[in-house]
Design a protein around this ligand. Structure first.
Ligand code: SAM
Length: 337
């Protein structure tokens, strides 16, 4: 990673009116995804008309530099499928050398990961989250629309060979579709000494019926892990909203992302920017605030920094998912999850 790592980290100056500080940016690189996950884009990606172009590499550099000046140090590249962006490696390399950025992560469906992992590491990526919703090839195919489980498993090995520091798996918990694999996932994590996160399926504007049929509370996983003697880990300062468990008997870690649980938003530490440069203060908020006019020249930095601080201060205390309100979010590929 870059050689400009500060020894002492000062607290982020991105703070809202509820005492939360923001150190983590999820930056979408594209809305396009080649998978057809049944909870997200079951009919595949469809290009909407009249959508502005994606941020350029220069616009991204200006954006992340302003966030980093305010104390944000972790950037996750997401999408859509971020690795489909032709300039993916160029963007990763540009972000990884920004002063103050200490961790650059990517969330991917694992497409072509086996052959590309080394190039990701070379571009400065030091953390990778790979989506994997089933360990059974036919089911993986049914959920994602792609018969690529084997390719993803080879991708995990390639990430290890490339020495990518943090490798995590993401599995969306789906009642009636993969919840019978809970013990298989736990065994897989132990066998491969991996970290996995179970994500509760979230309701978006496009999937209310699917959500009603397949949502399963993360407490199901917590109960199973408790029963197996896994140990709940106290939340570290600056940690996000995941509930983490460690295996006391050996390797493996499991996290649960349960957005419907009490106080989930209290530990929110992340901000989001869409592929076209809209700031989303919440995954389930309104349409987003356009930052692009302030990304055109390097000398707009001061104005951008001020605007970010002012906007972040207005972040709402919590999402309104419990009231059935998913904000303006049609599906998570539109913002990056
Ligand atoms: N294409 C990449 C991938 O598949 O990981 C990155 C984008 S994807 C939107 C990011 C994460 O959001 C994935 O782990 C995906 O499974 C998850 N996701 C998408 N829609 C979701 C939903 N409605 N509820 C919960 N997780 C969802």
């Amino acid at each position: 990673m870059n050689g400009t790592v500060p020894l002492v980290k000062s607290p982020s100056r991105l703070q809202d009116g509820h005492g939360r500080r923001f150190e983590y940016l999820r930056l979408s690189l594209t809305d396009v995804c080649n998978f057809r996950c049944s909870y997200c884009l079951p009919d595949g990606y469809r290009k909407a008309t009249g959508v502005p172009s994606n941020l350029t590499v220069d616009e991204i550099r200006r954006l992340v530099s302003a966030f980093a000046e305010l104390g944000l140090w972790k950037v996750r590249l997401t999408g859509g499928e971020p690795t489909l962006r032709p300039e993916f490696l160029e963007i990763a390399a540009a972000v990884s050398v920004i002063s103050g950025v200490r961790k650059i992560a990517v969330t991917t469906n694992g497409y072509r990961l086996a052959e590309r992992a080394q190039s990701y590491a070379d571009a400065g990526i030091d953390a990778i989250n790979i989506s994997m919703d089933s360990l059974k090839p036919d089911r993986f195919h049914a959920i994602t629309g792609h018969d690529r489980l084997d390719e993803i498993l080879r991708g995990i090995d390639a990430c290890r060979a490339a020495d990518i520091r943090s490798i995590k798996l993401n599995s969306v918990l789906l009642k009636g579709l993969n919840d019978d694999e809970l013990d298989d996932f736990i065994a897989f994590v132990i066998e491969h000494d991996l970290s996995l996160r179970f994500i509760e399926v979230m309701r978006t504007n496009d999937n209310p019926d699917y959500f009603a049929a397949h949502h399963l509370a993360g407490a199901t996983v917590a109960d199973r892990l408790d029963g197996l003697g896994w140990q709940w880990q106290t939340r570290q300062a600056g940690a996000g909203p995941a509930i983490d468990y460690a295996n006391p008997h050996g390797p493996g870690r499991i996290g649960i992302i349960a957005p419907y649980s009490k106080d989930f938003c209290a530990s929110c530490n992340r901000l989001r920017v869409s592929a076209t440069g809209k700031l989303h203060l919440c995954l389930f908020g309104d349409a987003g605030i356009d930052l692009r006019p302030l990304l055109q020249w390097d000398d707009q930095r001061e104005a951008l920094v001020e605007r970010l601080q002012r906007l972040v201060a207005t972040k709402a205390p919590a999402h309104l998912l419990h009231q059935g309100n998913s904000g303006a979010t049609p599906h998570l590929a539109s913002i990056g999850g």
